[in-house]
Design a protein around this ligand. Structure first.
Ligand SMILES: Cc1cc2nc3c(=O)[nH]c(=O)nc-3n(C[C@H](O)[C@H](O)[C@H](O)COP(=O)(O)O)c2cc1C
Ligand code: SF4
Length: 483
């Protein structure tokens, strides 16, 4: 992952934790009572893909154990990982793309309800993503994938040569020469691997996204409700289809790109289709970005506009992340796919302990606070969830007291210690395992390996409850904590 050049080393520490009485009187442990979204406390475990689903996207016992473990900490809400809405093979990514997935998802919602004693609301994040391929070997790219065009021939001065000779010539060109012959997209396919963009309207499936996506999301949402989830989070963040529609880089000219009013159109139409399918009495919100952190990307000003549009349309919550784009992703190795959390935008999404003057904690807090204010100024009371580097009670409590958030998300901190919420509530904060922001977990995610935390995955491997990862070296869930 990209790191800030300053490379200042930070160590997570918490000077003081609240007593049980202070926690009981806090804003953080007070309930949220919003239309369709009532939480026992204002804490939230944001979506995190743990790569535990079966190869055809079904809920496995490991998926159930993973969420049960979070539920034992009894946070206000857990959002189940990004879950695919298309019925296409997607490896061990959880899916909700057909009714056959409902029974497994029902087992998951039952397990979480039981493990949290009914205290935790369970939502599911619905994702759509476009095709992405691995970075090819240059020989394979030039021999098989590249479509040789008249422009190539002209630029190479090979108008009359046969195609094979043109392909051979490409292989002998330097990087600089390739840059003068290939188009930007061809260079991207060679260097990063082929990837569809929402602007590829010459592809019929991409052109038809405004017609196909509302139904795909709506059907998935209806299944989620049938399976017993308490709500839906539409994934409009990071590197995926819906975020790409919102992005300032979306130049579609079919009424779904260009100015921000048109870029927000499909996200609103998807929401309306979802709302129509689940009804008015069900939590539907979305996750999107305060800032894309890429050249020519959307910034906070646009995010505030989107937030007001979503609130005005009737969304029940707005959850904010930042960055996490393909646009600035590191070049993958040959044979590997680009990963959207490797560039500067990836760093802003999951900041690590090597940082700049600002440090890795709460980098999204101010932007989310400004966005929330814009929503309030527009007259909406929609709850806003703020996430990013939050690990201490004081951080969370300040965000709430200062009006910068209504709910506080802890992703990696909850992975490091799923009992954070109970430990702090009981005045036993000293027992919290503090996240180091090492991004060991994110490294596993990048390789699509079962995600674990380095703070506990080698602990008590021979305990009777320890189920090991497929490498046989790591336990899959945090050891039990008995209050
Ligand atoms: C292993 C891992 C998987 C993640 N998967 C998702 C995901 O499925 N959907 C999503 O919106 N964010 C995902 N994220 C981002 C987190 O939800 C969160 O925004 C990010 O880690 C920053 O919050 P934190 O500093 O509290 O960890 C993931 C993060 C990690 C570490
Ligand atoms: S591996 Fe554990 S300590 Fe490191 S960032 Fe992930 S959750 Fe935090």
């Amino acid at each position: 992952m990209w790191k800030p050049p300053e490379r200042i080393k930070y160590q997570t520490a918490v000077a003081q934790w609240p007593t049980a009485q202070e926690a009981a009187q806090s804003h953080l442990y007070s309930p949220l009572r919003a239309p369709n979204l009532c939480l026992q406390q204002r804490t939230w475990v944001p979506a995190m893909v743990p790569w535990r689903a079966s190869d055809n996207g079904d809920v496995s016992q490991e998926v159930i154990d993973w969420y049960k473990r979070f539920a034992q900490g009894r946070p206000g809400a857990i959002v189940v990982e990004a879950t695919g809405i298309r019925d296409i093979p997607s490896g061990p990514l959880l899916r909700i793309s057909d009714d056959r997935y409902v029974a497994g998802l029902r087992r998951l919602t039952d397990a979480v309800r039981e493990a949290s004693g009914g205290q935790t609301r369970l939502l599911i994040q619905l994702i759509d993503f476009l095709t992405i391929r691995r970075r090819p070997h240059p020989e394979v790219f030039f021999q098989r994938f590249l479509e040789v065009t008249e422009t190539h021939r002209q630029r190479l001065g090979m108008q009359h040569d046969d195609e094979q000779a043109v392909r051979q010539r490409f292989l002998s060109l330097s990087d600089a020469e390739l840059e003068s012959v290939l188009s930007t997209r061809e260079l991207e396919s060679l260097r990063q691997g082929y990837r569809e963009h929402v602007t590829d309207t010459h592809l019929p499936d991409v052109a038809a996204l405004p017609e196909t996506l509302p139904t795909l999301f709506a059907n998935a949402a209806a299944r989620a409700r049938t399976a017993g989830f308490d709500g839906i989070e539409l994934h409009y963040a990071h590197a995926y289809t819906m975020a790409s529609f919102l992005s300032a880089t979306n130049t579609r000219n079919d009424g779904y790109g260009g100015c921000r009013e048109q870029r927000v159109r499909l996200p609103l139409e998807v929401y309306q289709a979802v709302r129509a399918s689940v009804g008015d009495d069900y939590a539907v919100g979305c996750r999107f970005l305060t800032d894309e952190i890429i050249a020519s990307g959307s910034n906070l000003d646009e995010a505030c506009f989107f937030a007001k549009e979503f609130a005005g349309a009737g969304m029940d919550f707005l959850s904010l992340s930042r960055g996490g784009k393909f646009d600035d992703a590191k070049q993958p190795k040959i044979g590997a796919a680009a990963y959207p959390y490797t560039g500067q935008s990836g760093y802003e999404c999951m900041p690590a302990y090597l940082s700049d003057q600002q440090g890795p904690w709460g980098r999204n807090a101010e932007p989310v606070g400004l966005l929330r204010q814009a929503v309030r100024d527009a007259g909406f009371t929609t709850p806003v969830v703020s996430t990013g580097g939050i690990h201490s009670f004081d951080q969370a409590e300040c965000l709430l007291n200062d009006g910068k958030a209504d709910v506080v998300g802890l992703a990696r901190q909850a992975l490091a210690d799923p009992d954070w919420f109970e430990k702090v509530r009981l005045g036993r904060g000293e027992e919290v395992l503090l996240c180091r922001y090492s991004n060991y977990c994110e490294g596993l995610d990048q390789k699509h390996k079962q995600v674990t935390c380095e703070l506990w995955d080698r602990t008590a491997l021979d305990a009777p409850d320890a189920v090991l990862a497929s490498d046989g070296k790591r336990r899959l869930t945090a050891p039990k904590w008995l209050p």
